[in-house]
Design a protein around this ligand. Sequence first.
Ligand code: ADP
Length: 204
Amino acid sequence: MSYVAQGPGQNLHAFAFSHLRAEHPRMKQRPLVIWMTGISASGKSTIADALDIALQAQGRFTCIVDGDSVRGGLCRDLGFTDNDREENIRRVAEVARLMLEAGLIVIVALISPSAASRHYARSIIGNESFVEVHVDAPLETAEQRDPKGLYKKARAGLIKNFTGIDSRYDLPIFPEVHLNTQALSVEQSVEAILDWVARNDART
Ligand code: ADP
């Protein structure tokens, strides 16, 4: 984890803080960022919530960063243009990195539609700690679920730049975990991610 945020015109030097270790000494877990990407209503928040409960039941220390919540606070000045979406992702990745350094298993639930910005998030967090989870559902299925009524509004022209309707979603090519939420129950999706976390713990 040698990444140092660079601001314009600043002289920043990375101090090799001793807390930046692979395994947190007291939490006894390998910190990770589980980055859940997918179109609206694909199931990110639902699976993130169930995963959080399951990880905590294993005695792990976790934190959820949910796209809708950050948009109401940390990123409330941002809209949905390409530039603003990218800045939204950059801020979330920076926050996730800080939590990772605090030793947590961080669960991010964010549409993160562009492959380039997911790649950027991975570079901020570090490849060894970044688990890209594609929460996948066909657009028709997501539109039928529509728990927040957003597709309906987007189809009626009330929301602009809506992912899947008039804004693109780049399918992840090599995600660490792919969840077909049409075929898998929420519990099965959680199991697939828990397997990955266990394998990561066993890594030497
Ligand atoms: P997102 O966070 O991706 O926008 P949500 O989790 O808010 O999506 O909404 C997904 C909706 O789909 C929820 O109402 C959830 O109950 C429903 N759903 C149905 N089947 C599944 C499944 N197999 N996995 C995840 N969500 C599912």
